[in-house]
Ligand binder design. Structure first.
Ligand code: ACO
Length: 326
C-alpha cells in the first residue's frame, strides 16, 4: 500500500498587501523586504475565517479528485492559528463539506504541519485504517503578528490549501505515491520561534506572560533551515535509494527565497528545480507547501512519474521531507 495525492485545491484571501503598503505602517521598504526574503505581496484575510478558507480549499480539492465529502474517512487540518481553541478547524471543515462519515482533528507542527499531516495520513493508510483522507494546511497568521514589529510583520501571509489522498497499492514501491519520509523535532531549540497562547487568567494566577505575538530570532531560524533541510532531503533520498539529481521538483516551505537558494546550492541542484511563490503570498506556514503544489498541478507542471521532494521546516523546531512519485 502507499498514499497517492488525487486532488488539490487552494483558497487565498482577495486582499493583497504589498511591501509598499507595509512601508506606510512600519519603517521598512520594498527593497529591504524583497532583497532579504523574496516577498513582495501577501494575502491578508479581512473577512474570511480560517475554517472558511480551509473549507473552500477542501471543496476544490474534492472536485479535483472527483469525490464527495461523504467519501472522506478522515480530515486532518494542519494549523497553528485556528479560529477556536475548540472545536477544531477540522470539525468546522467537516460540517462545511458534509463529510458525515469522517473523523476530524487538527495537527500542530507550525510550518512543517502539512508534511507531518501527510505522514500521519500515510501511517493511517498503511495500517489499513482509512482509505480516503482530506489534508488541509490553513493559516490566519495576520492575527498572530504584531503589526508594529517590522522584523516579523513583513514575512507572513494568510491562506489555505488542501489535498485528497487515497490508498494505492505497493508499500514504498514504484507505484505512484509516497515513496519515503523523514520527520524530526528539536524542542530544546524551540525558543528561537514562538507565539504564546492565551495568558493564565484565573483568580490564583502568579504572573502574566509578556506578549501574545510571534517572536523570532531570524538569524537562528535561517541557520537551522539551511542546515536541516538539505540534511533531511539527503536522508529521505538515501532511504529510497534515489539519486538526488533524478528528483524533478523540490517543493519547499516558502519562508524565504534566500533559504531555498542556499538549500539548492548545498545540495548541488539547479535552482530551477525549486519553484517559489513567496513573492506573491509571503510565508503562509502550514499552507505554503500545498498552495505551491496546487499551483503547479493547475499549471500542468506535474507529470505522472515525476519524482518530487516536499520539505517543511518551522517552529518547534520541526522539519521533515517526503519523496513522492506523481
Ligand atoms: N525593514 C527594514 N529593516 C529591518 C526590518 C524591516 N522589515 N526588519 C529588521 N530590520 C533591521 C533590524 O532592525 C536591524 O537593524 P539594526 O542593524 O539597526 O539593528 C537590521 O535590519 C538587520 O536585522 P537582522 O535581523 O540581522 O536582519 P537579517 O539580515 O537577519 O534579516 C530576516 C532578517 C529576513 C528575518 C532573516 O534573518 C531571515 O531570513 N531569517 C529566516 C527566518 C524566516 O524566514 N522566518 C520565517 C518564519 S519561520 C519559518 O517559516 C520556518
Amino acid at each position: 500500500m502507499t498514499t497517492k495525492i488525487i486532488g488539490t485545491g487552494s483558497y487565498l484571501p482577495e486582499h493583497v498587501v504589498s511591501n509598499d503598503d507595509l512601508a506606510k505602517l512600519v519603517d521598512t521598504s520594498d527593497e529591504w523586504i524583497a532583497s532579504r526574503t523574496g516577498i513582495r505581496n501577501r494575502r491578508i484575510a479581512t473577512k474570511e475565517s480560517g475554517a472558511d478558507m480551509a473549507a473552500a480549499a477542501a471543496e476544490e480539492a474534492l472536485k479535483d479528485a472527483g469525490m464527495d465529502g461523504s467519501e472522506i474517512d478522515l480530515i486532518l487540518v494542519a494549523t497553528c492559528s485556528s479560529d477556536f481553541q475548540f472545536p477544531s478547524t477540522a470539525c468546522l471543515v467537516q460540517k462545511a463539506i458534509h463529510a458525515t462519515n469522517a473523523a476530524a482533528f487538527d495537527l500542530s507542527a507550525a510550518c512543517s504541519g502539512f508534511l507531518f499531516a501527510l505522514h500521519t495520513a500515510h501511517a493511517y493508510i498503511c495500517a489499513g485504517i482509512y482509505k480516503n483522507i482530506l489534508l488541509v494546511g490553513v493559516e490566519v497568521l495576520s492575527k498572530l503578528i504584531d503589526w508594529n514589529d517590522r522584523s516579523t510583520c513583513v514575512l507572513f501571509g494568510d491562506g489555505a490549501s488542501a489535498c485528497v489522498v487515497e490508498r494505492g497499492e505497493g508499500l514504498y514501491s514504484a507505484d505512484h505515491g509516497m515513496e519515503g519520509f523523514v520527520q524530526w523535532s528539536d524542542g530544546v531549540s524551540g525558543e528561537v520561534l514562538t507565539c504564546p497562547g492565551r495568558k493564565i487568567e484565573n483568580p490564583w494566577k502568579e504572573n502574566d506572560s509578556e506578549t501574545e505575538y510571534i517572536q523570532m530570532n531570524g538569524q537562528e531560524v535561517f541557520r537551522f533551515a539551511v542546515k536541516k533541510v538539505p540534511e533531511c532531503i539527503r536522508q529521505v533520498t538515501e532511504k529510497t535509494e534515489t539519486q538526488i539529481e533524478t528528483i524533478d521538483w523540490f517543493i519547499l516551505h516558502q519562508a524565504n527565497s534566500r533559504i531555498i537558494q542556499s538549500v539548492a546550492k548545498r545540495l548541488g541542484v539547479p535552482e530551477e528545480k525549486f519553484p517559489m511563490n513567496m513573492e506573491q503570498y509571503g510565508n503562509t506556514s502550514a499552507a505554503s507547501i500545498p498552495i505551491l503544489l496546487d499551483e503547479m498541478n493547475k499549471k500542468g507542471m506535474l507529470q505522472p512519474g515525476q519524482k518530487i521532494i516536499l520539505s517543511g521546516f518551522g517552529a518547534g523546531l520541526t522539519w521533515g521531507a517526503a519523496q513522492i512519485e506523481w
